[in-house]
Design a binder for this molecule. Structure first.
Ligand code: GTR
Length: 433
């Protein structure tokens, strides 16, 4: 693909309606939020196929050996923070297996992931596998926001200890589990199973609770003696979530009913940011899905539309590493932008999805990331995004390795989104079933 999009100065685009600047109040601070394409200041994106010193990158070898590690280094040290490669004393325990779950359609397993004997930190993973498939199956893995028991009404789903602890912290009574299945519209388990895929999930708070803490999650497993705060380039919550997703994959490699070479890492919103980072860091993931991941996910930071680096670092100061705060109101100084996060996933397939009303996540910025990552796919002889212009709503484009859609509706993950991911996974992973 020719690259009309480098050194580009993006100003006008008529695709999205023009919205007025809005003001939001977060943590006592007033931020001006821009939704107006005409008010995006001119910006220059870092070129994905140019080394930091300006040397052009023109072969797969140069990409793999030089440019990719350079980009990875910047994401690690300036944004997500460096995370450990391995886990200490990882152990898996299959707590339960029911071959007759969901009216006989599925095998349900619950697996506890432990890290060391003396630490009170462990992760509970819920897995459903389709009974109609006899071979090892591909699996969608994604974190959930509200506990494993929210993804389906199945009364036998265990309640994660992490979720219980979180409810207690919020002053709620975890004994009254009224929200079984409350997130089932986000998890069409039966549909996924019918199509011959497994689905696995973990409560994100089991890995690292979604509040400012250093001791309640997996990050604390790696603390040096007496450590009370993180170094500016050490991992934070989004990287911890991504790390947890890789530990789930460690388990899949040991389960003969799962095809560990066909694992699709997926996530919505903040958990979409985690899915992207997991897919970038861990090349064992065969495919990545970013659903409305927005700022810090698929959306370009330099556009400053909707949520900005400053807003995200103020509202969620523990999601990214300390170094990322240097770029508050200073996006042009970033050595990377989010199209390069997508590029780290090349040549593997990735689906980026937006929602029309989700202006906070900047749908156009999400689309452009896919577009500007495409030259890296070309180096592999593959097509990235198959279009240069944003498609109309509800018209997915998925003939390349980078798929994209913008659907009607709000910030959410819906059955429509999943239907597209299933089609793309069939196509990309050449599923035989
Ligand atoms: C918002 C946050 C977004 C997005 C979202 C979510 O408050 O500003 O970056 O992650 O939460 O996770 O639903």
């Amino acid at each position: 693909m020719k690259s009309p999009f480098f050194n580009l100065i993006l100003k006008k685009n008529a695709f999205l309606p023009v919205f007025l600047c809005a003001s939001i109040l977060a943590f006592g601070q007033n931020f001006n939020v821009n939704y107006d394409e005409d008010k995006i200041p001119p910006y220059i994106l870092p070129e994905v196929l140019k080394m930091q010193d300006g040397t052009p990158v023109s072969s797969q070898k140069e990409w793999v050996e030089q440019r990719r590690p350079e980009i990875m280094y910047f994401f690690e040290t300036e944004m997500f923070g460096k995370s450990p490669l391995k886990s200490p004393n990882i152990q898996f325990k299959v707590l339960s297996e029911n071959k007759n779950a969901l009216n006989g359609k599925a095998t349900r397993k619950e697996v506890q992931i432990y890290f060391s004997k003396n630490k009170d930190i462990s992760i509970l993973m819920l897995i459903y596998l389709p009974n109609q498939v006899k071979d090892a199956v591909p699996v969608f893995i994604g974190l959930n926001f509200g506990g494993n028991h929210t993804i389906n009404k199945d009364p036998d789903i265990s309640i994660s200890q992490g979720w219980i602890a979180d409810q207690q912290r919020k002053g709620e009574d975890p004994g009254k589990i009224t929200d079984r299945g409350s997130a089932s519209s986000r998890w069409p388990v039966e549909l996924i199973l019918e199509k011959g895929y497994g689905v696995a999930t973990i409560y994100c708070g089991d890995i690292d609770p979604d509040y400012n803490n250093l001791q309640d999650g997996v990050i604390s497993l790696f603390h040096r003696k007496g450590q009370t705060k993180s170094e500016p380039d050490e991992w934070a919550t989004v990287a911890a979530w991504a790390w947890g997703l890789s530990r789930a994959l460690d388990y899949f490699e040991k389960d003969p009913q799962i095809d560990a070479k066909k694992i699709i890492v997926t996530g919505h919103s903040r958990l979409g940011k985690a899915a992207l980072w997991a897919g970038a860091k861990d090349e064992r993931f065969a495919m990545v899905v970013s659903n409305d991941s927005g700022c810090g996910g698929a959306a370009l930071s330099r556009r400053k539309v909707g949520e900005t680096v400053e807003i995200i670092n103020t509202k969620f100061p523990y999601w990214f590493c300390e170094n990322f705060k240097k770029y508050n109101k200073n996006e042009d100084a970033l050595p990377i932008d989010q199209h390069e996060l997508i590029a780290l996933i090349a040549p593997r397939p990735i689906y980026i999805a937006s929602a029309e009303e989700d202006r906070w996540a900047d749908p156009k910025g999400e689309f452009l990331s896919g577009l500007y990552a495409s030259p890296v796919y070309s180096l592999f002889g593959l097509q990235g995004l198959p279009v240069n212009e944003m498609p109309k709503v509800n018209q997915p484009v998925m003939s390349g390795q980078i798929a994209y859609h913008i659907r009607t509706g709000k910030h959410d993950i819906t059955q429509y989104d999943w239907e597209q991911y299933l089609i793309f996974a069939d196509k990309s992973l050449k599923k035989k079933h």
